[in-house]
Design a protein. Sequence first.
Length: 290
Amino acid sequence: MSCLEIIHTKIKPRIITRVWHRFQERLRHPRIRNLIASWLGLFRPHVDIPSCPDRLAELYKDGVTFFPQFLSRNEIEEIKLELEKYNCFDPWHREIGEFTYTQNPVGTHVGQIRLAATIEILHKLALDSRIIDVVTAYFGCKPYLDSIQAWWSFSGNDQPQEAENFHRDNDAIRFLKFFLYVTEVDDLNGPHIFVLGSHREAKLLERRRLNDEEVADTFGNHRIRSFTGKSGDAFIEDTYGIHKGQLPVIGKRLLVQFRYTTTESVFRSPLIVSTSRYYQPSRITSLLYE
Ligand SMILES: O=C(O)CCC(=O)C(=O)O
């Protein structure tokens, strides 16, 4: 499997991006966020907006749309074998240093693969028109590919940490995340959990982690969905909606995630790599290439 050459590491978001982020993360009402995002979209270069009414209807109503078997068994196995070769780090405890996914230090919840953004097959996927069409239609303007990530979620811990608690993401004024399950995900090894429709509802808007009880009391258990799935299953989600990665009870979950935005985010990829042959700059702006 081929890797792209690293051109720069430790890329930081621009000052204007950081200032804008501080402002937009304080805008909490979904309707106001949508209005401003639509207005900002007018300043993006022209792009044809694809028609995918069913996907859009799902994303508007529920905040999520599913792609069962987005990748075949062989394709996902190839990606898994590749990702297993890489070292990980704990983004919440960087002082621990690097480790392999089979030997995660006691107490680690997450093992991020630092070099995920160098793996060309992930770029091919991130630029796949099945995703780009939906993202472009939802944004109503030309999207940015903001980051490519992959991480392990580990069992062995009693209490949830960080994104294992319910929360809303504030990554950008409008954004979507694509999630690809690389390992099979059942109820016990860390399914992604989402509150259907919460992305457009002005409830529990505070910038903080939320506890299970207040989420259930506010939205009702019937709207809290746990996404189990086979390896190769995928979904696109508006993670301004309330979500979490359930603390795994047994095993390990391996996930690939791409972030698409309408403006550069402060969480943008710190890696710049040589341009992928799959890149079509007329359709999307990638922040991962020079
Ligand atoms: O690991 C998960 O399923 C949740 C990830 C998450 O919270 C996020 O990407 O914002």
